[in-house]
Write a protein that binds this ligand. Structure first.
Ligand SMILES: *Cc1c(COP(=O)(O)O)cnc(C)c1O
Length: 419
């Protein structure tokens, strides 16, 4: 074992000096659990319980249908979008919290394809993305391409190095996930956006593993469209509605096929024929899951007490520490880092492979260290600076080392439906 530059007491010391430490109190975390899966399902803000009770008992129970107006239910997608906007570098009136990431991606892709079809590059028929992208993104793009029946196809690129060349004279739209869900690799958003535009393509960014995790500036990058989850780093709750960003400069041309009544200019006119609303409202579709949507606000409120620069500083401190401790104390085991060491290329998670990754992760979970497993062989650990402490990192690695040293994992363990 190599010499460690840090002790458990040092970790406790870092936590004592951590400016974000008080925000941990804003979450309800079970005691004796080290939760390193906030990249998949964020922890519960304490305020969410009271908010859920207010929505269910008072707004729904007592005020019933009046609450669409009196409790602001109808305006919630836009109101929450305004609160989320600063976290992604979006302007006012450019973000809506609505539907799912899969659906929002479909809308953004359809709009981008349509804009291209009406411009100088109308003959282009290729959507470029990465083979390593999250499957739903690829499925949605392939689904759209097939249903358009106009010769569109999805080009899957195998490595980051091959991306620039793949964005060629046939490429209509580039669709990239900013931080890879498996490896934690972070793309250079500004650089790839510039490259796509230089090649005549539009670019759609999926921020599922970026929003609330890393600083983002969609406006400065001059990106075209973006979507992302609220139930991961934004702590919106299981299945909470996603967000979509349409910058002002694209709003007049933004059109998608899911023309539900919530995106109509006058939804309560009950008119024959669809007419899109102005602004970000046209990115909506139909009635929203109000109870779930309301809880998104509890997560966003906590971000307003800090800023993404402070979150990023702590995130890199936590991920650096985790990498150092695993590599130093588990060096005699076949664990291999797949997350970039370079800060600029790293999100807020760390992934290691192990030949028995699933079994090792199951053993960790049994001992109160919650990460998750992704095929193939990847043990994934998410670091959420709002509630993860340096001492949690130390203790998690100590338990991992103990499991590996004693081979205390069951390679025949049954897998659940969700991993
Ligand atoms: C988590 C995630 C999704 C989830 O999409 P849903 O519609 O909420 O199921 C989509 N894309 C990426 C890149 C993700 O990481």
């Amino acid at each position: 074992m190599s010499e460690l530059s840090i002790t458990r007491a040092d970790c406790i010391g870092r936590d004592a000096q951590d400016p974000l430490a008080p925000l941990r109190e804003r979450f309800d975390l079970p005691p004796d659990l080290i939760y390193l899966d906030g990249n998949s399902l964020g922890a519960r803000p304490r305020a969410a319980l009271e908010r859920a009770q207010a929505v269910v008992a008072r707004e729904w129970g007592r005020d019933l249908i009046k609450s669409w107006n009196t409790a602001g239910w109808f305006d919630m997608p836009k109101r929450l979008g305004e609160r989320l906007a600063p976290l992604i570098g979006a302007g006012a009136g450019e973000v809506a919290v609505t539907d799912t990431t899969s659906l929002n991606l479909f809308k953004a892709l359809a709009a981008a394809v349509r804009i291209q079809a009406e411009g100088p590059y109308a003959a282009r028929r290729v959507i470029v993305t990465e083979r390593s992208n999250f499957p739903t993104d690829i499925y949605m793009a392939e689904g759209l391409a097939e249903w358009l029946e106009r010769g569109y196809s999805v080009r899957l690129v195998d490595s980051v190095d091959e991306l620039p060349a793949a964005i060629d004279g046939n490429c209509a739209v580039v669709m990239l996930t900013h931080v890879n869900y498996r490896t934690g690799y972070q793309h250079d958003m500004a650089d790839l956006t510039r490259h796509a535009h230089g090649a005549g393509a539009l670019i759609v960014w999926d921020l599922a593993h970026s929003a609330g995790a890393v600083p983002l500036d969609l406006t400065a990058a001059e990106a075209d469209f973006a979507v992302g989850c609220t139930y991961k780093y934004l702590n919106g709750g299981p299945g909470s509605p996603a967000f979509i960003w349409v910058p002002q400069r694209h709003q007049a041309q933004f059109a998608h096929p899911l023309t539900g009544w919530w995106s109509h200019a006058k939804p309560f006119a009950m008119a024959h024929g669809f007419a899109p609303s102005d602004g970000i409202g046209r990115a909506l579709c139909g009635t929203q899951p109000v109870v779930s949507l309301a809880l998104v606000e509890c997560g966003l409120e906590i971000f307003e007490e800090t800023n993404m620069a402070a979150i990023r500083t702590k995130s890199l401190g936590l991920t650096d520490l985790f990498i150092e401790l695993v590599e130093a104390t588990c060096a005699n085991h076949p664990v291999k880092l797949v997350t970039p060491r370079e800060h600029a290329r790293r999100g807020s998670q760390v992934s290691f492979t192990h030949p028995h990754g699933y079994a090792v992760m199951a053993a960790l979970i049994a001992r109160g260290v919650i990460g998750d497993y992704r095929e193939p062989e990847i043990m994934r650990f998410g670091f959420t600076p709002l509630y993860t402490r340096h001492v949690d990192v130390w203790d998690a690695v100590a338990i991992l080392k103990d499991i590996l040293d004693r081979e205390d994992y069951d390679v025949t363990a049954e897998r659940g439906a969700v991993t």
